[in-house]
Write a protein that binds this ligand. Structure first.
Ligand code: NZQ
Ligand code: ZN
Length: 391
């Protein structure tokens, strides 16, 4: 196991009707003037925003509102949010929504207290200071409610890039599984895929003997394998929603990733797809992961065989471990397809003729130096081949 530090200071409030306590927690974590940041229409339609406003009023908190965060959130609204926070003297940001709303909130939080362009943080600069952020999560997926990361798309060039820093870990996150019951099935399945991707990205490691985190990841993958079909069959199943919601947090606050190298190439390759086609990130991952895994399987075939046996119930073929490894990748892909996820470019809405552009922006666009590195290092030619495998 490698040396590590792990700082995960978020206060989690989990369960039914917990959104009504939002005001209490904003106050506890020092907020007096709040920006309520939200997305398109779902939080308004469900009445969630009204309940959150009432909770803030109950605590005598002042607030301003900024909605309109799009999935795969854009830089333009971040600039607007930064300006609003400075003008209004906002000292706390409350994100009401999914990963996109939370990531936009984190970007505004970092940008408001920074002299330069907030985009610097999305080109490699560490975030060391930010306004405090709290979240009320409405979709189990990105794990941003517990993570030190944010992903934003810059309109100019459509670069989708990530930032990180413990300063943007939420001060508190309210997780009420009931709030996820209004999700369309495709979004639910995209979320499940993203959660499983966060587990695989950590499972694919070059660090030896990391059995604790290996086993934690396998347990979470098994949970998703059990709960995924249950929630697709019965979207109102509270218990399945609850297990998925907590798994989504644990999968990405790095509990399962400490002390080991991680992959993240599937995410980098996918981010170009959701930037260009505006598809849900999880749906993009459903198409990306099987191709990436097959392409890099030979790097450590036993690792793929291990997850195939322990999670997907494959029989170990000791003479031909590559057969077991491949069976595991196919079982995973078939599982995602059974949830309603796409299996290729056409089903995702991606176009083969865009591959040269996708691979080029991925390896040479903003913040990149010709390669992407994780479990293995890929150059533009590797990425081109991988995108072609998805067609
Ligand atoms: O905008 P509204 O109307 O709310 O609709 C949203 C949106 O269309 C809808 N939705 C959310 N909760 C709902 C609901 N609809 C009905 N009922 C509800 N309860 O779902 C759609 C997707 O929302 P979004 O926030 O985009 O989903 P998700 O949580 O999957 O976030 C995706 C973003 O997170 C980034 C992705 O790249 C993508 O940009 N990621 C962020 C990470 C992080 N910060 O740590 C890590 C991830 O790997 C990921 O890259
Ligand atoms: Zn993800």
């Amino acid at each position: 196991m490698e040396n590590f530090t792990f700082y995960s200071p978020t206060y989690f409030v989990f369960g039914r009707e917990t959104e009504n306590e939002a005001g209490k927690y904003v106050k506890r974590f020092g907020g007096s003037k709040v920006l309520i940041h939200y997305g398109g229409s779902s939080a308004k339609k469900s009445g969630l925003l009204d309940r959150v406003e009432a909770s803030l009023k109950n605590e005598g908190l002042e607030y301003v509102m900024l909605g309109g965060v799009k999935p795969n959130p854009r830089s333009e609204l971040v600039y607007e949010g930064i300006e609003l926070c400075r003008k209004e003297g906002v000292d706390f940001i409350l994100a009401v929504g999914g990963g996109s709303v939370i990531d936009s909130s984190k970007a505004i939080a970092a940008g408001t207290v920074y002299d330069g362009d907030f985009w610097d943080f999305y080109c490699g600069k560490l975030i060391e200071e930010a306004l405090p952020v709290g979240t009320i999560l409405t979709i189990a997926a990105a794990g941003s409610e517990g993570s030190a990361n944010s992903v934003i798309t810059k309109e100019e060039g459509m670069f989708k890039r990530g930032s990180h820093g413990d300063a943007i870990r939420p001060k508190f996150s309210i997780l009420n599984p009931e709030l996820t019951q209004t999700l369309p099935p495709y979004q639910t399945a995209s979320g499940i895929t993203d959660i499983m991707a966060h587990l695989y990205e950590r499972y694919l490691t070059n660090t030896k003997d990391v059995e604790v985190t290996d086993r934690l990841i396998e347990a979470l993958l098994l949970t998703m394998k059990h709960e995924g079909p249950r929630v697709i069959a019965d979207p109102n199943c509270y218990e399945a929603r609850a297990n998925i919601m907590w798994a989504g947090m644990v999968a990405h606050n790095n509990t399962c990733g400490v002390g080991r190298s991680q992959d993240w190439n599937s995410h980098a390759i996918e981010h170009e797809l959701s930037a260009l086609y505006d598809c849900p990130h999880g749906a993009g991952l459903a198409v990306t992961m099987p191709a990436v895994f097959k392409y890099q399987m030979g790097h450590d075939v036993m690792r793929f065989a291990k997850v195939a046996v322990r999670v997907w119930g494959c029989q170990m073929d000791f003479d031909h471990p590559e057969v077991t490894a491949l069976e595991g990748i196919e079982a995973f892909q078939n599982f995602l397809i059974s949830l309603g996820m796409p299996k290729n470019f056409a089903e995702l809405g991606a176009k083969e003729e865009d591959i040269p552009k996708l691979a080029h922006v991925l390896c040479h666009g903003d913040g990149r130096n010709g390669t992407i590195s994780g479990f293995v290092t890929f150059n533009e030619e590797d990425c081109t081949k991988i995108y072609k495998m998805m067609v």
